[in-house]
Design a protein around this ligand. Structure first.
Ligand code: MOS
Length: 719
């Protein structure tokens, strides 16, 4: 490969521990709600008790008279938000908080109470009473599927002949459904807003992107960007929920302006279910046709997902059917159903996670119909180039990942006949499912400063939502500069630092990591220029600075992809293998063994990469077995908006997870050869679990989550 641009060798070894590990486990890491700002006040939101209509009257007198209350804000007295005034009356867009009397979903904030303590604000918020003009609402996707309209965003795709599956000798056609799921980060969304002057604002805000938050807030409040300082030093998980500026952030900023004091607003866990997005409830139908020897003839994939009445969200769940396999005929449609609910948003593996559940379940179904091993079927239809455009992949080692995972799980012990294998009275099943996600690289700028004492300071605005970005960046810099990681400081989560993209779409290691690498290269060059030789000796940074009487040497480097970005199809791949035990009488599913294999290029930070895969795998297991937002459609209200009723996996649900890496550099994406892995860690997992459950029980569950009630009465009965 003469065009090879990769210049970094894969590192070996276990990798660095988290640079912020001690801060986090000792509680010293300070999250957005934990800053003690002088004169701080506390805001609590009160929500609508109806689902659709308008506010007839709202009584805030009791709340205003309650102890410690400083102010109550509603649409009747809220100051005008400049950014709200520019939109046209019926234009779809983010909810405008306290803008008018309209109610679009149950729990929509109708008032903000600000008091001198959180408890007093909470109590006063309970005293707010509203009456409404209630209208009939629709919150049920299934009941409204006929109202689905084609999404402008990745709505339709076709190659070859439409519905070619119908002409194939072996075919399946099935419907798959996922419920709405919420991100459920441990850290609640929170903001502290403080106006430093009439036109200057500082926020400590939970966000995946301080620069995006800065520009979003600046636009809403008509401020110069430089006058908005956004701090997000630590983020306790987000998974997509903090990719945008939400109404509660606007409310806190608005309130701080009104009372001329800083306001802290932390969402309640219940609000986390309605106010910061979720993975949308989605119906899908997949039909696959194949030749008797297992060559795919055609795939038809239809999807319809829910969105809100006031704003649209589209995530493209059908995209994966066009790209994962070499199938000559593929046609897909994706539609949206407007409901009286809060707007959904990106959630880990957005689009692909939903699509892969359907596609990888359907592949498994047709493998049984064909009587071909699921891995063999995938290898028979392996895409050597991108089936959508015939572009060469920048790198793809998925076939190796299949092999590695099969070995890890002990695939040879799988009985292809469902509901036959047992152990200690439990049914045993094996399943697998794969995923892919675009490998993106955005523009990032890094300042690198070598201090006289040999400390290297790296600075860029990026926030770290949990994967260990700082650790990965220090690891890259340590290798590039040849210095001890302990001598490197990485400053981030601050909008005044050089710009970085928002942490999303699995792109930060490839984007910011590349910028760190390039900045280090530039800094080394600057040292070489100083000493003026060819630079064959190892650089002694301290000595060179001293010789030249310099307190420091610094560079600021902007880094982005080149033309290779358009030339090659760039993706990360994963495959997940599962062994389950299912209790035949009760339908209880126990995950017995998990093996995940990621093909995401060169692994720059093995230890945090492993954690990243484990976290995603657990998210996928939750999606498969537990997670489900339940709405009582009579009232349009969520009934399980808490962690007692909305189940996520706990330690007892999760066995040892093996995370394996291909760890071969992608020669084109960047000099590191590194691609993202946040999304692929989850994509395909739900299907792997469903496929294992089928292999164990002979029961195909096509609607998540796979709860015991869906398995009772299974074919096999060992009791
Ligand atoms: Mo991710 S859903 O891009 O945070």
């Amino acid at each position: 490969m003469k065009e090879e641009i990769n210049t970094v060798k894969p590192s070996s070894g276990a990798g660095m521990s988290r640079i912020d590990g001690r801060l986090k486990v000792t509680g010293a890491a300070r999250y957005s709600a934990e800053y003690n700002v002088k004169g701080l006040t506390y805001g609590v939101l009160a929500g609508s008790t109806i689902t659709k209509g308008s506010i007839k009257s709202i009584d805030i007198k009791k709340a205003e008279a309650a102890p410690g209350v400083i102010k109550v804000i509603t649409y009747l007295n809220a100051p005008k938000v400049p950014g709200y005034q520019n939109s046209k009356p019926d234009e779809k867009g983010p909810l405008k908080i306290f803008y008018d009397d309209k109610i679009y979903f149950n729990g929509q904030p109708i008032a903000l109470v600000i008091a001198d303590t959180f408890e007093r604000a909470l109590f006063a918020a309970s005293l707010i009473k509203a009456t409404y003009n209630e209208e009939a609402h629709q919150t049920d996707l299934r009941a409204n599927i006929s109202k689905a309209v084609t999404s402008n965003d990745g709505g339709e795709y076709k190659r070859g002949i439409a519905d070619a599956w119908k002409t194939a000798p072996v075919k399946i056609e099935q419907e798959y459904i996922i419920p709405s799921e919420v991100h459920s980060p441990m850290e609640l969304h929170a903001i502290i807003a403080q106006w430093d002057a009439d036109d200057r604002l500082t926020v400590w805000d939970k966000t995946q992107g301080v620069k995006d938050a800065q520009s979003g807030i600046a636009k809403l409040f008509n401020l110069p960007e430089a006058n908005v300082q956004v701090n997000s030093k630590f983020v306790g998980g987000a998974f997509g929920s903090a990719l945008q500026t939400w109404p509660h952030e606007v409310a806190a900023i608005m309130a701080a302006k009104v009372i001329k004091r800083p306001v802290k607003l932390v969402l309640s866990r219940a609000d986390m279910f309605t106010s910061v997005g979720y993975r949308p409830h989605t119906w899908q139908k997949i039909a696959i046709g194949a030749t008797a020897d297992g060559k795919l003839v055609g795939i038809t994939h239809e999807a319809a997902g829910q969105t809100s009445s006031y704003d649209n969200f589209a995530e493209g769940p059908t995209g994966i059917s066009g790209s994962l396999y070499a199938c000559p005929n593929v046609n897909t449609t994706y539609k949206l159903v407007s409901l009286d609910v809060g707007v959904p948003t990106w959630m880990r593996g957005p689009g692909e996670a939903t699509g892969a559940f359907a596609l990888e379940s359907a592949l498994d179904e047709i493998s049984y119909a064909l009587n071909i091993d699921p891995i063999e079927l995938r290898l028979k239809n392996y895409a050597e180039t991108d089936p959508q455009n015939n572009k060469q992949f920048s790198s793809k080692y998925l076939s190796e990942a299949y092999k590695m995972g099969a070995e890890g799980i002990g695939w040879k012990d799988r009985d292809p006949k469902p509901a036959t294998k047992t152990k200690d009275g439990w049914l045993v099943g094996y399943g697998m499912g794969g995923g892919m996600f675009g490998a993106y690289r955005g523009e990032a700028t890094v300042r690198a400063v070598m201090m006289a004492d040999g400390t290297l300071i790296l600075q860029t605005a990026v926030s770290d939502i949990g994967p260990g970005t700082g650790t990965a960046m220090v690891s890259i810099a340590s290798e590039a500069m040849g210095i001890d990681p302990k001598k490197i400081r990485f400053d981030m989560g601050d909008s005044s630092l050089p710009p970085s993209p928002t942490q999303g779409g699995s792109a930060i290691t490839a984007s910011v990591g590349s910028a760190v690498y390039d900045a280090c290269k530039d800094l080394k060059e600057k040292f070489q220029q100083l000493i003026g030789n060819g630079g064959t000796d190892k650089l002694d940074y301290i000595k060179v600075l001293k010789q030249h009487n310099l307190p420091k040497l610094e560079v600021t480097t902007t880094s982005h992809g080149g033309p290779e970005q358009g030339k090659y199809a760039m993706y990360s791949w994963s495959v997940h293998f599962i062994r389950v035990n299912v209790h035949p009488a009760t339908g209880v599913v126990k995950i017995d063994k998990v093996v995940c294999v990621a093909d995401s290029g060169h692994i720059v930070s093995p230890k945090t990469a492993r954690s990243q895969i484990i976290g995603g795998a657990i998210g996928g297991i939750g999606m498969a077995l537990m997670e489900e937002v339940v709405i009582d459609h009579r009232y349009g209200k969520l009934v399980n908006n808490n962690f007692a009723d909305y189940h996520v996996p706990v330690n007892a649900d999760i066995p040892q997870i093996e995370a394996l890496f291909i760890n071969k550099p992608d020669p084109y994406i960047n000099a590191l050869g590194a691609k993202g892995m946040g999304e692929i860690a989850l994509i395909g997992m739900a299907a792997a679990v469903a496929n294992a459950v089928y292999n164990a029980t002979g029961k195909r569950v096509r609607e998540l989550p796979i709860t015991p009630d869906k398995l009772i009465g299974m074919d096999a009965d060992l009791s």
